[in-house]
Design a protein around this ligand. Structure first.
Ligand code: AMP
Ligand code: SF4
Length: 474
């Protein structure tokens, strides 16, 4: 299921940028459209024309934020854009919209960031003590200030100096009037790809699905720790930071990325289907009549499960695709209501059947509980919930929106206790080894902290608390 976890703390985002194309903003708009699943709360595009930075940022979905005349106003051959899934609860701070744009002693600069800095609060306090005045509560602004303060000669050097001072995850686009720089943190936690568009244009995107939409050619993934500068002299690539262990977020494959994207050469849909097959091997349901997904997130894994177990795949739950995510308010009561607005069980398919229900993850457990009850109310004889990831026991500090540890059902409940809570006849999760075997055949190079508690980048304990209170203010 796709939910609004709006009362949590970290940002999920998508970034997109186009360099050297006469329709840079239009292409960026389309790119953001394809990345909408990475953030539904706000969207923004900044373009540059003749040293002028032109920006449109707003609350809501890409299609609502940019009207024709706004897009027409975003002139120029280069643009960067951002979609954001804010974590700031009900009150939306309009200053927390990206891309950020500032004037510095070296000229204008815009920045769009997907990720989360684990030393963001500390750095912000240090900057504030030195007199910096922050416009927003986003940690991205820390990178903006550090870049503006740098005395290095070139824009790329200033950005590199800034990034050298922060820790955490970033897939970042930074733009001045002459170039766009794409950077990925040394662990490569968040994805970022590079493509070519038109005769001479370049494009950066969080995911490959956005390249397909604008008929851009995929060139390659930006490497962990790589800084790619695209400017009047063409493309230059640097690895200015000490080498770190590669740790791509494995949750991108489980839930977050769009199934038609490839990350690090691995197709997300195919990996989800393999995950479902593996789940069927690890936790079969003898005597089941059919396999059905919780749409949309459970669909590829349910297909794999059905395939591997020789059971029919049925769409026993239908999703209403016309409910905007922003429709649902963050209060607990309305979230429950939201499940019913979005999903409906198809009684004719379900009645009298032993059902395998597949979803990608259990976070708080509230959705699963509602859906299991819904399927039972539609006449299922039994409901066997299969989850295509290991139990989510730990929060993410690297840019995926999860609640605090105490709110994660799996952090304090055994599988049997979780089964009782969600009211399923049986409940089983994919093993960590099984997940890796299915995603890419090996364990190396991934972050799995939300499943294992092994965090690849440590964060000061006080940072965790400070982060929570800071972001609560937004
Ligand atoms: P819950 O009711 O809290 O257990 O929510 C579980 C559902 O949330 C699953 O169906 C997932 O598809 C979905 N989900 C998991 N992680 C996220 C996330 N970071 N943001 C939004 N939805 C998520
Ligand atoms: Fe991804 Fe989980 Fe690591 Fe966060 S903790 S980066 S969601 S794998």
């Amino acid at each position: 299921m796709d939910l609004n976890h709006q009362d949590h703390f970290h940002d999920e985002c998508g970034v997109f940028g186009v360099f050297n194309h006469p329709e840079a903003s239009n292409l960026t708009y389309l790119g953001l459209y394809a990345l909408q699943h990475r953030g539904q709360e706000s969207a923004g595009i900044v373009s540059v024309e003749e040293r002028m930075f032109l920006a449109t940022r707003g609350h809501g979905l890409v299609a609502d934020v940019f009207r024709r005349n706004e897009l027409d106003g975003l002139k120029g051959n280069q643009a960067i854009g951002h979609v954001r899934y804010s974590t700031s609860g009900g009150s939306i701070n309009s200053r927390n919209r990206q891309p950020l744009v500032v004037d510095t002693a070296h000229g204008g600069m815009a920045m769009a960031h997907n990720g989360n800095l684990v030393n963001g609060v500390e750095m912000r306090r240090a900057l504030e003590r030195r007199g910096s005045i922050f416009q927003s509560t986003m940690d991205t602004e820390v990178i903006v200030h550090l870049t503006a303060l740098s005395r290095c000669k070139t824009f790329a050097e200033r950005l590199v100096e800034a990034l050298g001072q922060v820790q955490g995850s970033y897939a970042l686009l930074a733009m001045n009037e002459q170039c766009i720089i794409g950077a990925r943190d040394p662990h490569g936690l968040r994805p970022l790809v590079l493509g070519r568009v038109g005769n001479k244009g370049y494009v950066f995107s969080s995911e490959t699905c956005a390249l397909n939409l604008i008929e851009a050619e995929f060139v390659r993934d930006v490497e962990p720790g790589e800084v790619v500068v695209i400017g009047p002299d063409g493309l230059e690539s640097f690895f200015p930071f000490p080498r770190e262990k590669r740790c791509l977020c494995v949750f991108e494959y489980i839930y977050f990325a769009r199934p038609d994207s490839n990350i690090d050469g691995v197709n997300v849909y195919a990996s989800r289907k393999r995950i479902g097959m593996r789940l069927a091997q690890e936790h079969p349901v003898p005597g089941a009549d059919l396999v059905m997904p919780v749409p949309d997130s459970g669909v590829p894994a349910a297909l794999g499960f059905a395939h591997a177990s020789g059971l029919p795949f049925e769409l026993g739950i239908i999703r209403n695709h016309y409910v905007g995510r922003t429709f649902i308010e963050p209060q607990q009561a309305i979230r429950h209501f939201g499940v019913k607005i979005k999903l409906n069980a198809n009684r004719d398919i379900i009645q009298g059947k032993h059902v395998v229900l597949v979803d990608d993850s259990i976070v708080r457990g509230t959705t699963s509980r509602k859906i299991v009850k819904m399927v039972r109310a539609a006449g299922a004889k039994s409901v066997h919930l299969r989850i295509s990831s290991p139990p989510t026991t730990h929060p993410c500090y690297y840019g995926i929106d999860t609640p605090t540890q105490s709110e994660l059902l799996a952090s304090s409940h055994t599988v049997e206790e979780m089964r009782t809570y969600v009211t399923a006849d049986s409940l089983a999760f994919l093993s960590l080894d099984g997940m890796y075997a299915a995603v890419n055949g090996h364990k190396n190079g991934y972050c799995d902290a939300c499943f294992s508690g092994r965090y690849p980048i440590s964060f000061p304990r006080h940072e965790e608390n400070a982060q929570l209170s800071l972001l609560h203010e937004t």
